[in-house]
Design a protein around this ligand. Structure first.
Ligand SMILES: [Fe+2]
Ligand SMILES: [Fe+2]
Length: 184
């Protein structure tokens, strides 16, 4: 077990919870009725997924893993490109919402959900197990400390609490408390 990987898996759980809710609202053709809540959900993706989670992977874990686990180096470069693609989808979805273009929003949001589902599955099933095998324990501790500093400085000590509350709240408001469905 590597704490620097476990924390990213925990992030994935929060990301998937919110993306799954967005996917469900679109799938059941209820997007037009819930545009303000969907905007909150996509803005959460901009902050939690792009600026927080992907930033931690790109700034801290991936560079360390590229050195100690050469086997995944090329894959990590591609995963970084996929982060940039996700960022573009988030921005396009927000733009469509601002313009009141519901069908473009639905298409962009659906694309984001699908793109991130595949990306997260690949990290969890193929990339992280390799990193867990080869990352030195000292490096793991260092990367973990870097995450902590990055979060406390840019997002606040209670960022996980706030993010979990948001994920539960948006789920309850958009699909009801009983909704639970993995997107793996
Ligand atoms: Fe990633
Ligand atoms: Fe990730």
């Amino acid at each position: 077990m590597r704490i620097s990987v476990t924390i990213l898996q925990y992030d994935h759980g929060i990301v998937r919870q919110v993306l799954d809710v967005v996917g469900e609202v679109i799938r059941t053709h209820r997007a037009a009725k819930h545009l303000p809540e969907l905007k909150e959900a996509i803005m959460f993706m901009e902050q939690f997924l792009d600026r927080f989670h992907h930033a931690k992977e790109e700034k801290f874990l991936f560079p360390a893993a590229a050195e100690e686990c050469p086997k995944v180096k090329a894959t990590l470069e591609r995963l970084k490109k996929e982060h940039a693609q996700a960022r573009k989808m988030i921005h396009e979805a927000l733009k469509a919402l601002d313009e009141g273009d519901v069908s473009t929003f639905e298409r962009q949001a659906r694309e984001l959900v699908d793109h991130m589902t595949v990306h997260i599955s690949e990290e969890e099933n193929q990339v992280f197990p390799v990193i867990e095998d080869c990352l030195q324990l000292e490096t793991d501790a260092l990367v973990h400390a870097q995450y902590e500093k990055f979060m406390n400085k840019g997002f606040g000590k209670s960022y996980y609490l706030v993010s979990e509350e948001f994920a539960n709240d948006i789920q309850e408001r958009l699909v009801g408390p009983g909704f639970l469905k993995g997107i793996n």
